[in-house]
Design a protein around this ligand. Structure first.
Ligand code: 1QQ
Length: 394
C-alpha cells in the first residue's frame, strides 16, 4: 500500500516533468505565422471585428492543443480596410513577410483586386467571407470557407415564401458598387422569377449611401409584400430602418451582408423579423462547435455568429493542413516558397471538422459544405442587441 502510493506520486511527478518539458519546447520554438487581413477600419469593419474574434479564438485554442506538432502559431493582423486599395496594400505587406498563408480579405469586391497578387506570389489565401461566384477561380492558391451566394441565398427567399404563401409581389434592392451585392441580387432575382412571383421593381444604391428616400418611395409605390435586399451592414441596416419608418410592414429578406449582430445597432428595433440565410448555426452539436460557441460566448457575452465561425474555420484549416504536411515533410526543412505551395496542396486535400460542420474543398478551392440555415432576427427591448433565431434548416 505504502509502496504503491509512492509509485503513484513518482509517476505523477514524472508526467508533470514530461508535460512541462513539452510546453517549454513548444514555447521555445519559432512560431508559425498565419496572416489575418480583414476589414479592421471602414464600414466593413462591422464584419471584420467578428472575423478577428473568430481567428483569435482559433489561434488560442489550437495553440492550447499543441499548435502544429508542438510549434505555436501566431496570428499576424494586417488591416485590409474596406476598399480594394487597402486589401492590395495589406496583401503586398504580408506576401513580403514570413507568413505562410493569408485569411482574408473581407469583401468579394476587395478579393477580386487583391487575390490575383497572392496568386502571382504563390501564397495560399483562404477567403473567410467572400461569397461572390468566381472567387476560388481567381487561381490555384485561392480557396474559401464561405459558401457562395448561389448555394446560400435561395434558402432565405424560400423561407419567406413558406412563412407567407400569399406573397405575389416582390421588390428588390441592391448595392450596385459592390461585387458581392451585384451577384447575390442575381441569385435572388432568379429565385423570385422562377417561383412565378412578380418582381415589381429593382432599386439600386451605393454602399456609401445613407439616405434611401428615392428608392424606398419608388419601391413602395409598387405595393410589395416582400422586400429583398443585397447590401452591406451599414447601408443595408439603414435601408431597413428607413423602409420601416416609411411604413413598410411586409417581410424583409436580407442577404449575407446582414449576417452579423453588428447590424442590430444600425437598424435597431426595425431589424425585428428580418430573414437571413446562414452558412453557420451556433446550434450545430458537433464537438468543435460546442467548444467554439462556448469560447465565443465566454469572451463576448453573446451568441457566436457566422463571420466568426468562418474565420475560426479558416485558421483551423491552415493549422490542420500544416500539421498534416509536417507529418509527411518536416516544415522546418522547407524554404518559404515550397512551404507555401505544399501548404496550399495540403489545404485542398484535407477534410475538416469545423464549427461550420464537416467541410472539404473542390480541386478549384470551392468549399464543400452540407448544412445551411435560415434565421430571423429577434431584437431585445433595448433596441441595440438581439439574436438570430433559427427558422428552418436544410
Ligand atoms: C462578400 C460578402 C460580404 C457580405 C462579406 C462580409 O459576402 O463580399 O462576398
Amino acid at each position: 500500500m505504502f509502496k504503491s502510493r509512492h509509485k503513484l506520486i513518482f509517476l505523477i511527478a514524472l508526467l508533470m516533468i514530461v508535460l512541462s518539458a513539452q510546453m517549454l519546447m513548444a514555447q521555445d520554438q519559432e512560431p508559425i505565422r498565419i496572416a489575418i487581413a480583414v476589414a479592421e477600419t471602414g464600414n466593413a469593419s462591422l464584419f471584420g471585428q467578428e472575423q478577428i474574434i473568430g481567428a483569435e479564438l482559433a489561434a488560442a485554442y489550437f495553440n492550447e492543443q499543441g499548435g502544429v506538432n508542438g510549434r505555436p502559431i501566431e496570428l499576424v493582423r494586417q488591416d485590409a480596410a474596406t476598399d480594394e486599395a487597402g486589401a492590395i496594400s495589406a496583401f503586398n505587406t504580408l506576401i513580403a513577410s514570413d507568413v505562410v498563408a493569408i485569411v482574408g480579405p473581407t469583401l468579394s469586391q476587395q478579393a477580386f483586386a487583391a487575390d490575383p497578387i497572392a496568386e502571382e506570389a504563390g501564397i495560399p489565401v483562404i477567403a473567410p467571407s467572400n461569397t461572390a461566384p468566381g472567387i476560388p477561380e481567381v487561381g490555384e492558391f485561392i480557396s474559401r470557407v464561405s459558401a457562395p451566394v448561389t448555394v446560400v441565398a435561395p434558402n432565405a427567399v424560400n423561407a419567406a415564401l413558406a412563412m407567407d404563401p400569399s406573397i405575389t409581389d416582390v421588390a428588390v434592392f441592391f448595392a450596385q458598387n459592390d461585387a458581392f451585392s451585384s451577384s447575390e441580387t442575381n441569385v435572388f432575382q432568379s429565385v423570385i422569377t422562377n417561383a412565378g412571383l412578380n418582381l415589381t421593381t429593382v432599386q439600386t444604391f451605393q454602399t456609401t449611401d445613407t439616405d434611401f428616400t428615392t428608392q424606398i418611395t419608388n419601391a413602395l409605390a409598387t405595393n410589395p409584400q416582400l422586400v429583398v435586399i443585397s447590401g452591406l451592414a451599414v447601408d443595408g441596416g439603414n435601408l431597413i430602418r428607413q423602409l420601416r419608418e416609411f411604413g413598410y410592414t411586409g417581410l424583409i429578406v436580407g442577404g449575407n451582408g446582414f449576417n452579423t449582430p453588428n447590424i442590430f445597432p444600425v437598424c435597431q428595433q426595425f431589424c425585428e423579423d428580418l430573414i437571413v440565410a446562414q452558412a453557420y448555426s451556433p446550434l450545430n452539436p458537433s464537438e468543435i462547435n460546442t467548444t467554439f460557441t462556448q469560447l465565443y460566448s465566454d469572451s463576448q457575452q453573446r451568441t457566436a455568429s457566422q463571420f466568426s465561425a468562418q474565420a475560426f474555420a479558416a485558421v483551423q484549416v491552415i493549422v490542420e493542413a500544416l500539421t498534416r504536411l509536417d507529418n509527411i515533410t518536416p516544415i522546418a526543412d522547407l524554404d518559404q516558397a515550397t512551404l507555401r505551395s505544399l501548404l496550399n496542396l495540403s489545404i485542398l486535400a484535407g477534410g475538416y471538422d469545423t464549427p461550420l460542420g464537416s467541410i472539404s474543398f473542390t480541386p478549384t478551392g470551392e468549399i464543400v459544405q452540407a448544412e445551411f440555415y435560415v434565421a430571423q432576427v429577434d431584437m431585445n427591448d433595448d433596441g441595440q442587441t438581439g439574436s438570430f433565431t433559427l427558422v428552418g434548416g436544410e
